[in-house]
Write a protein that binds this ligand. Structure first.
Ligand SMILES: C=CC1=C(C)c2cc3[nH]c(cc4nc(cc5[nH]c(cc1n2)c(C)c5CCC(=O)O)C(CCC(=O)O)=C4C)c(C)c3C=C
Ligand SMILES: [Fe+2]
Length: 470
C-alpha cells in the first residue's frame, strides 16, 4: 500500500557526478538524486518532540534538534514526503554524522579517555554549585579507575576496536545509501576519543554540507549516550553561523525499527542453533546499565525503551516459532550509586542456583563489539556463569556490518531527510540569562568549593570510590 506508492513515487534521476568511495570525507562526492528501490520501506517520520524532562536535563533550550525523535520505519510515507525527500537529495549536499562513544586505541590512551568520559557532565552529574570541580573529580576518578580498565583493554588486545568498526559501518552505510541513489558523505564523531565530534563537525563545514542527518549508534536513547553527544553537537552548531543555518535531523532512537528488530532476531535465532537443545536455552539480554537516578529523577527513557526493545525482539522470535524463555539484566556499573537492576552478575548466579543449564547472552545496548562484549561478557560473565552451574554458554555477536541492519540504517537516514531543520534560533540566548547573576554565582562558587572539598576528602567518600572503581 503506502510502500508501493512510495516506490512508484520515486523516479531514478541523473546523478551528475557519478560516485566512488574515497576514504576521506572531503573527497566524497555528495551531489546526487534519489530513487527509492525498496518495496518494503515503509518510511516513517515521527516529528515527535523530546519529552520535557529529558529535554530539560540536556539543556535542550532551542526548538531545534528535536525532529525525528524516532524514525519508526513502520508508518506511512505519503507523496508529499516522498517529493520533499527527492528534492532535498537533488538540491542538497547531504551529510550523515554517526555518533559513538569512542574508545582508547592503546593502553596509554586509557587514562585520558577515562578523563574525557568522567569530565562529561552527563556522566558525572554534579549539582550546579559543584560543577566547576568536574575536571578535578574526573582526573581523580580516571586515575583510580585506569588500572582496572587497562587490564580489560589489555585482555582484548590492547585497545578498543570501536574506531575501526565504526569506520567500517560508516563506509557500509554510505554504500547502502548509494545503492538507493542517495549520495552522502558519512562522518564519524566520537564523544570521548578520536575522531572527536569536533573534528567531524569541522570536516562537515569544510565539505560545505547543506543538509545533515545525525545518527547516534545507540538503538535506545539515554541522557548519558545520545543525550550527551547531541548536547555537544548542539553547542558546536549554535556557535557557528554557517552550521547554525544547516538543516539537521537527529534520529534520537531506532530500537523500534523493523529492520533492527528483525536483524537482532536473525542473529539470536542463528546462535541458538549452537545448543544441542536450542529450545532449552534461556535468552539472556544484557544491557549497559545507567544509574537509577537518571531514570527516576531525570526522566531518562532508556529503561523503558530497553524493555520495549526486548519485547519487540521477543514478539518477533515468538512469531517465528522460537518459544524460549528470556530475561533482561544490566551490566557495567561504575561508582558508588544504585544502577538499574537486576545486575547481570547477580542474575547469572541466581539462574545457576535455579538450575538453568543453557544461556545465550545477547548484548543489546550497542551495535559493535567493544570491551563490554569482548571482555566483560565473553570472559568475566562467562566464567561466572560456568562457576554458577550453567553448563552451556553462547553469545550473540554485535550487529556490526550485518547487511539487513546497515540497509535499515540507510533507510532511517533517507526517511529523516525531509524533517531536517536549521538550528538557528536567536531566542536561545535569552533563555540562558538565568546564569547571568554574577553575585549569586560567586557566592555559590565559594560555598560550593568548601563543601565539595570536604565531601571529596571525607574517608567515607574515598572508600566508596575505591571499593567501586578499582
Ligand atoms: C548504551 C550504552 C552505554 C551507556 C548507557 C553507558 C553509560 C555509562 N557508561 C559509564 C562508564 C563507562 N563506560 C565505559 C565504556 C563504554 N561504555 C559504553 C556504552 C555505554 N555507556 C561502551 C560501548 C563502552 C566501551 C568503549 C570501548 O572502549 O570499547 C567505560 C570504560 C571502560 C571501563 O573502564 O569499564 C566506563 C568507565 C557510565 C558512568 C555511564 C552512565 C552514567
Ligand atoms: Fe559506558
Amino acid at each position: 500500500m503506502e510502500s508501493t506508492a512510495l516506490s512508484a513515487g520515486f523516479r531514478p534521476l541523473l546523478n551528475p557526478k557519478g560516485y566512488s568511495f574515497p576514504r576521506s570525507c572531503s573527497e566524497r562526492n555528495s551531489l546526487s538524486l534519489v530513487r527509492c528501490q525498496s518495496k518494503e520501506i515503509s518510511c516513517g517520520l515521527n516529528k515527535l518532540k523530546l519529552e520535557g524532562s529529558v529535554r530539560g536535563l540536556n539543556s535542550f533550550k532551542t526548538n531545534v534538534f528535536e525532529q525525528a525523535h524516532s524514525v519508526s520505519g513502520d508508518c506511512s510515507y505519503d507523496d508529499t514526503t516522498a517529493a520533499k525527500t527527492r528534492s532535498h537529495v537533488a538540491e542538497d549536499k547531504i551529510g550523515v554524522l554517526l555518533l559513538n562513544l569512542g574508545g582508547p586505541e592503546t593502553l596509554n590512551d586509557v587514562q585520558p579517555f577515562l578523563y574525557n568520559l568522567f569530565a562529561d557532565p552527563d556522566i558525572i552529574r554534579l549539582p550546579r554549585p559543584f560543577q566547576f570541580l568536574q575536571g578535578t573529580i574526573a582526573k581523580f576518578i580516571s586515575v583510580v579507575r585506569a588500572p582496572k580498565s587497562k587490564e580489560g583493554y589489555a585482555a582484548i588486545g590492547g585497545g578498543s576496536p570501536l574506531r575501526k568498526i565504526t569506520d567500517e559501518q560508516a563506509d557500509a552505510i554510505q554504500m547502502a545509501l548509494q545503492a538507493k541513489n542517495v549520495a552522502a558523505n558519512v562522518y564519524v564523531g566520537m564523544r570521548y576519543w578520536y575522531p572527536f565530534t569536533e573534528e567531524a563537525v569541522q570536516q562537515i563545514k569544510k565539505d560545505k554540507i547543506t543538509r545533515l542527518v545525525v545518527l547516534p549508534l545507540y538503538p535506545q536513547y539515554s541522557i548519558s549516550t545520545t543525550g550527551s553527544s547531541v548536547r555537544v553537537l548542539q553547542d558546536l552548531f549554535r556557535k557557528d553561523p554557517y552550521l547554525a543555518g544547516v538543516p539537521v535531523a537527529i534520529i534520537q532512537s531506532w530500537y523500534q525499527r523493523r529492520g533492527y528488530v528483525n536483524s537482532m532476531a536473525d542473529l539470536i535465532e542463528k546462535e541458538l542453533q549452537i545448543f544441542s537443545d536450542p529450545k532449552e536455552a534461556m535468552i539472556f539480554f544484557s544491557a549497559h546499565g545507567v544509574p537509577v537516578s537518571y531514570v527516576e529523577n531525570s526522566g531518562d527513557p532508556y529503561q523503558k525503551q530497553m524493555e520495549e526493545c526486548i519485547d519487540l525482539i521477543m514478539e518477533e522470535l515468538k512469531a517465528r516459532g522460537v518459544p524460549n524463555d528470556h530475561i533482561l539484566a544490566y551490566q557495567s556499573r561504575v561508582g558508588p550509586v544504585q544502577w538499574l537492576k537486576p545486575y547481570t552478575d547477580e542474575v547469572l548466579v541466581d539462574l545457576g542456583k535455579k538450575g538453568v543449564k543453557s544461556l545465550l547472552a545477547v548484548p543489546v545496548s550497542f551495535v559493535s563489539e567493544h570491551i563490554e562484549t569482548l571482555e566483560e561478557i565473553d570472559m568475566e560473565y562467562r566464567e561466572l556463569a560456568l562457576e554458577s552451574g550453567i553448563e552451556n554458554w553462547g553469545r550473540v555477536p554485535a550487529l556490526g556490518l550485518t547487511e539487513s541492519f546497515i540497509t535499515d540504517l540507510a533507510d532511517a537516514v533517507i526517511e529523516s531527510l525531509p524533517s531536517a531543520k536549521a538550528i538557528w534560533n536567536p531566542s536561545v540566548v535569552s533563555e540562558d540569562s538565568d546564569s547571568s547573576d554574577a553575585f549569586s554565582y560567586i557566592v555559590k562558587m565559594f560555598f560550593g568549593s568548601i563543601l565539595a572539598f570536604a565531601l571529596l576528602l571525607s574517608p567515607k567518600m574515598l572508600l566508596a570510590f575505591r571499593n567501586h572503581l578499582i
